[in-house]
Design a protein around this ligand. Structure first.
Ligand code: XCC
Ligand code: SF4
Length: 628
């Protein structure tokens, strides 16, 4: 049934609602209109029972007992088809994060070769620490670029076929590593696991749903403990390890008197260089010369926005469902994109205004784009040109069509593991003591996207508030960051909304009860932190009072994150039902059976309040088992 939503039903936020009203006035279509046009979605696809893996098909399985459509043409049953589809979905997500990680290696490699003008190794200590961990010769004292080159080499090797396990998987507790080995779940090579996943899901290969799901988990682990972890660690080395700082969120971070440049996508390699160019005094002068009295204002969207916010305190204009609305302000001179989560509709909306839509990656091309490919060698030069194009676009802005709604909301950001542990005196013990004493009941990572099927940010904000009220320290990444920020949860004052014990800890440390730990690849920080806590306690991750939640997820990447977290021993709540419900057997494994195998499973629950209760129940069981 197609349902027409009111503006208030689409989003909980004032800035979003104002822009939805403007979109209606100006006759601009948004993601909500298209979602309505697509409703009802295909039930076969939604339940995961359709297969297009070969041209004997497409096939679909009909659950109606009277239907003869019980097997695909090849003989695949519903369990095989559902597991295969989910496995390929996860492989898509792992590929995206990992190929992003690869771009950081390329950048580090170019820096080491002296072939990346404008880039440097900002955090030498981090690079050396990572080098030592990766077994690089003379990591501590070797010549910096030589060490960098060797780090790049070892990271490239992680993508190949020669290793029996990924180097960063050694961060996991010994028991977890042994479990992965025994289950044939240990990731051996990042590209290798994805290729093997694609191979196994070809017609006539792996038809066993359990075996498919195990390889899907291995593919996901290659992301979490491989591609994403490389992305995070090398980004920190090159652009600096985040430390606590303040910033702002909301569309109101756009400024009417500035040339507004919006960076969107995922890779800091592009956005950091756009920012550097925009900060140059001669560029600011040029902007002022065309009438932008405030100069140049760089703001972020989605994950590259998270990257700049964590390291540079750059404000974020919005999350996934705000990306179209941001352009509708009419105040954006350029939107500079790389890859992932960039709706193809953005070029149409940009064309309604002075906004230049500039794509920078060969992996992310858009009909209607201006393409200016950025690589480590030319980034400095191209990003100058991009800023100049934005300044030029300012002269075409129509002030009568500019509307910047609401007001900016303050937030605190920059909670890398180094920063979190640093605030605690350098070791995990104080955090563990607070958990043991029950002041902090548990830790929950709330991560992921928006989805137009859910009122924008409503479930995310609801679950965040429920969790801190239950005494859970919450870590947020990705598009959840904006929701948490706008709800006033990313400031120390939010401790007032937390349970008494958590409030006491936050007030003593001057931190919010919800900590911003980065972008989606930075979910690897949560893996590393859980590993450090488990190792300090001498237990496995599956023993820790921790969980994760993706209340409004949409993307293949979110499925990969969810699966690597579960395979690492962290129960994961999904607020949007994955396309697996056509196979009761696969659902049973995902939501229950995995508990016996990896010590964690998925909790699928659309209601955020009930979901918080279910998360609390799992954490209570873990606390009881630990005797705390
Ligand atoms: Fe994309 Fe990473 Fe999801 Fe946001 S949270 S919609 S994946 S930008 Ni990563
Ligand atoms: Fe149909 Fe089997 Fe081909 Fe899938 S692989 S489309 S189920 S014949």
């Amino acid at each position: 049934m197609s349902k027409e939503l009111t503006i208030d039903q689409k989003s909980i936020w004032e800035d979003a609602r104002a822009m939805l009203a403007k979109a209606e006035r100006e006759g601009i279509e948004t993601v909500w209109d298209r979602e309505e046009n697509q409703t009802p979605h295909c039930t076969f696809c939604e339940t995961g029972v359709s297969c297009r893996n070969c041209t004997m098909g497409p096939c679909r399985i009909n659950p109606n007992p009277n239907s003869k459509m019980k097997l695909g043409v090849c003989g695949a049953n519903v369990d095989t088809i559902v597991a295969r589809n989910f496995a390929r979905f996860v492989a898509g997500g792992s590929s995206s994060h990992s190929d992003h990680g690869r771009d950081l290696i390329n950048t580090l490699n170019a820096i080491a070769d002296g072939d990346a003008p404008g880039y440097k190794i900002k955090d030498e200590a981090k690079l050396r620490a990572v080098a030592a961990e990766l077994g690089v010769h003379d990591a501590e004292h070797g010549e910096l670029f030589k060490v960098a080159k060797e780090v790049a080499d070892v990271c490239y090797e992680q993508f190949g076929s020669k290793l029996d396990h990924l180097k960063f998987a050694e961060r996991a507790p010994k028991a977890r590593q042994e479990l992965w080995e025994s289950l044939k779940m240990m990731p051996r090579g990042i590209d290798r696991e994805v290729v093997e996943m694609m191979h196994r899901t070809h017609m006539g290969c792996d038809n066993d749903p359990i075996s498919l799901l195990i390889q899907a988990a291995r593919t996901a682990l290659a992301d979490g403990w491989g591609g994403s972890m490389i992305g995070t660690e090398l980004s920190d080395a090159i652009f600096g390890t985040p430390s606590p700082r303040t910033s702002e969120v909301d569309l109101a971070v756009l400024k009417a008197d500035c040339v507004n440049i919006m960076v969107h996508g995922h890779n800091p390699v592009v956005s950091e260089m756009v920012l550097a160019a925009a900060r140059e005094p001669k560029m600011i002068e040029k902007a002022k010369a065309v009438g932008a009295t405030g100069g140049i204002n760089v703001v972020g969207l989605c994950c590259t926005g998270n990257e700049l916010m964590m390291r540079q305190g750059i404000p974020m204009a919005g999350n996934h469902l705000m990306t179209e609305l941001a352009l509708i302000t009419g105040a954006v001179e350029a939107i500079v994109v790389d890859y992932q989560c960039i709706m193809p509709s953005l070029t149409h909306i940009a064309a309604c205004y002075q906004t230049q839509f500039i794509s920078t990656s060969a992996k992310g091309r858009f009909p209607g784009e201006i393409h200016m490919e950025v690589n480590p060698q030319n980034a400095q030069e191209i990003c100058h040109k991009i800023v100049e194009m934005a300044i030029e676009a300012f002269t075409k802005r129509d002030p009568n069509r500019v509307e910047i709604p609401s007001a900016p909301v303050s937030i605190m950001t920059g909670f890398s593991n180094e920063a979190i542990l640093g605030a605690l005196g350098g070791t995990p013990e104080p955090l563990l003591d607070a958990i043991k004493a029950g002041k902090i009941k548990g830790a929950v990572g709330v991560v992921g996207c928006n989805n137009p099927r859910i009122q924008h940010d409503s479930h995310t904000v609801a679950i965040l508030k429920e969790l801190i009220a239950k005494g859970m320290l919450v870590l947020v990444t990705g598009c959840v960051t904006n929701a948490a920020g706008k709800a006033g949860l990313l400031v120390p004052e939010a401790a007032k909304m937390a349970a008494p014990g958590l409030r006491e800890v936050c007030e003593a440390l001057g931190i919010p009860p919800v900590l911003h730990v980065g972008s989606c690849v930075d979910n690897s920080r949560i893996m590393s932190l859980c590993a450090a806590l488990a190792n300090a306690l001498g237990v496995d991750i599956s023993d820790l009072p921790v969980a994760a939640s993706a209340p409004e997820w949409y993307s293949e990447k979110a499925a990969a994150i969810g699966l690597y977290a579960v395979a690492s021993g962290i129960p994961v709540h999904l607020g949007v039902v994955p396309h697996i419900t056509g196979s009761p057997a696969v659902v049973e494994v995902a939501t229950n059976g995995l508990n016996d195998v990896v010590g964690a499973a998925f909790i699928v629950e659309p209601d955020p309040v009930v979901a918080a209760e279910k998360i609390e129940a799992v954490i209570d069981v873990r606390r009881a088992k630990l005797g705390i």
